[in-house]
Design a protein around this ligand. Sequence first.
Ligand code: ADP
Length: 220
Amino acid sequence: TDIEQQDTVVVIGLGRFGSALALELTRRGTEVLAIDHRPKLVQSYTGQITQVAVADSTDLDALQRLGVPDFRRAVCAIGSDIQASILTASLLVELEIDDIWAKAVSKQHGEILRRVGVRHVVFPEHDMGERVARLVSGRLLDYMEVDENFAMAKIRPPRDFVGIALGDSSLRSRYGLTIVAVKRPDEEFTYATADTELAYDDMIIVSGPPDRIERFAELP
Ligand code: ADP
């Protein structure tokens, strides 16, 4: 079918997470089939998401009738009903969908999802909590963990790094960090070089291990 050749995703569950996901995918030009068992909710997304359907995702026949097995990617966005989440995820695995994503609300929930064969388990509440904690407590203006041991943060430069060329600073040797980009007020971000001299009101993007970034961001 032509579905297989296209950029398509099945999203199951139109709660806060699933609906935001389905709408964003649609906005990016991905064809989305969104499924939820609440008719009123499904109806409210008609026209906003490529295709919507009312169905119980724990029912294998229903998934087959909707053509779910033809999709290469699926997201199980059911959170609070853990039984429905696990059963749905296991059916997606049984249907041999290549790329399965699922949202977990707890560590144990995530563990079970992995055990039934879900390759990508995400923990939106937990991850967002950690992220906000970093932003609230520190000087980080923005923060993104790229990998377990690598992050990028937007901060103001610590005092000791103002007025000297980055190449002459001890940033690499003492902190194990790299300043990737610099933004002067009212200008755009540009790549930092060894000659770049930072000013107090600059904004910098620093990259490296998360604990080192935090230590660096706490310097006066
Ligand atoms: P969020 O925290 O993102 O709002 P919820 O777990 O509250 O997540 O929402 C999950 C959505 O999944 C709800 O809209 C619910 O109706 C739907 N859902 C739950 N169980 C099923 C099921 N068996 N079949 C289809 N949709 C389901």
